[in-house]
Each structure stands twice: as structure tokens, then as C-alpha cells.
Design a protein around this ligand. Sequence first.
Ligand code: C2E
Ligand code: MG
Ligand code: MG
Ligand code: MG
Length: 292
Amino acid sequence: RAKESGRGRICTFTADMNRNVVERMRLLSRVRLAFDRQAFTLHYQPQVATADGRVRGFEALVRWTDAELGPVSPDRFIPVCEDSGLIIPLGLWVLETACIEAVGLACRGAGEVTMSVNMSAVQLAQHDFVPRVLEVLARTGLPPHRLELEITESQMIGSLDAAIGKLNALRQAGIQIALDDFGTGYSSLTYLRTLPINTLKLDKAFIDDVHRRADARGLVSSISRIAHDLNRSVVAEGVEEAGQWEVLSLMGCDLIQGYFVSRPLPADRIDAFLASWEDRRPRLPVVDDHVV
Ligand code: C2E
Ligand code: MG
Ligand code: MG
Ligand code: MG
């Protein structure tokens, strides 16, 4: 009996594995096609300051709708791009397109907004990563201080020294670095101290309960305080409600990003967002860092 069910389990496992392999191969062939046809787009999600509600920048997020598969989440297709190496040309396209958008925004009167771009571990591991980024800035004319590269801690595993060297070179050029998804996976306070980052992005998992639970609040305010002591600013990700904004502002988060402000927007809707946000942005009094 046991043997039978054991064998059954093995069969199911193998069938699942095959399905996964087939599914990934199909995804990869669709992704390759999409890249050749330039079918990827970028959406931009605003980041606003808790202190005065002003827009400080946007995060570029890649989008893809396949004719056969429908809309595919980057959480699904980015790993396939990483395994296949396609992330290198795709990542370069994302960076260049986002920089061009940021230059255009400033020309249209949006001011000195920052453009945040997600970097894959595979990109960071490239020996010529730094010169490639600098090349894109030179080509697009975006001032380095208006570019922020988002990295995650899992990217550091195995090659911490090499990564730190590259990040330092980028910082020296004036580019900002954000540590994304802090609080998930391998998060550690050591990384917060040793990585040359400007910004800490608190993962949505920390933010979800912040207006309902004291323990969630305690965690966020403690991490914010540590980040500020280390001279890093704090962004709260996935803010969906006004109640979260108020609490996060009191707990020292510098910036807010999430559906409460706006979903990620196609480029041609950014100007309309900026105009309407000016009318409805919360105008809270500036909160002193040390009050809470
Ligand atoms: P991320 O960088 O942590 O981006 C935040 C994700 O949370 C985005 O999902 C965004 O649409 C979503 N989000 C923002 N506000 C809210 C909210 O209030 N509620 C909820 N439920 N979700 C919110 P998205 O666009 O599906 O991207 C998922 C992940 O894919 C990103 O996580 C990032 O790791 C990766 N990614 C996206 N674009 C790129 C890219 O151009 N290059 C690379 N390497 N990775 C990318
Ligand atoms: Mg990000
Ligand atoms: Mg994140
Ligand atoms: Mg994420």
C-alpha cells in the first residue's frame, strides 16, 4: 500500500516536473519572440514623499501581454529571461527606455524626478555592468543623480565583494542605489550596513498590517530608525490605504509607493496623473524624525 502510494507520488512529481519544463520552454520561446518584436512596454509607478505628498520619482516596471498567453507577470517571465541570458538585452532596453522617459518628464515640467530601475542579479554579475550603465546615461543625457538602481539581497549571495565594488563605482558616479524587497528572503541588517545603498525599500509584507497591528508598526519604526541612523532613506512599498500612509508617515518612512497613490501607469498617462495628484495629494505637516 505504502509502496504503491509512494510510486504514485513519484509519478506525479515527474509529471509535474515535465509540465514545468514544457511550460518554461513555451514561455521562453514566447519571450524570445516578444523581444524580437519589441513587444515589451514599461509602466511607471510614482513614489511620493510622506512629508508633503510631492512626487519624488517613478519606478519603471516591465509589462508584456502575449497574444497566446495573455498578460504575463514579470515575476513569471523575468526568471526565464535570467536563465536564458535574455535579461541582458532586455535589461538594457528597460534601462535606456526608462532614462529617456525621465529626461522627457523633466522637459515637460515634472522637475528633478528620480527614475528607479530594477536590476537583475545576472545584470549585476556582468563584468562590464558599470560602464554599460554609464554609457546609457551618457547616451540619454539623464543626470546620474536622477537614476536609482534597485537591487535585492539575494543578488549579493556568492559575490558580495564584487557586487559592493560595482555599487561603489556607481555611487561614485552619482547614481543612487536602493535595496528592494527588504524584509523578505535573506534580509539581514549586515547588508543594510555594508552595502553602499541610499534607500531601503520595505517590502509590502511589512506594510499590509501596519495600520492594524502594533507589532507590525514596531517592526517598521525600528527598521526605519536603524536605516536613518545609517543615513539611508526608507520607502514603503505596496501602500494601498490612507490609514497606512498616516501611520507610515508617523513611523518615519520617507516615501510611499503603492496603489493608494497610483497603480503603475503607461507613459502617456503620467502627465495626467501629475496634474490630478497636485489637487488631491495629502498635505500633512512635516513630521520630525525624532518625535516617534
Ligand atoms: P518590485 O520591484 O518589488 O515591484 C513592486 C511590485 O509590486 C510591482 O509588481 C508593482 O506593480 C506591485 N505593487 C505596487 N504597488 C502595489 C500595491 O499597492 N499593492 C499590490 N498588491 N502590489 C503593488 P510587478 O510590476 O508585477 O513586478 C513584480 C516584480 O518583477 C518586481 O518587484 C521586480 O522584482 C520584477 N520586475 C519588474 N520589472 C522589472 C524589470 O524591468 N527588470 C527586472 N529585473 N525585474 C523587474
Ligand atoms: Mg523594485
Ligand atoms: Mg519590491
Ligand atoms: Mg518584488
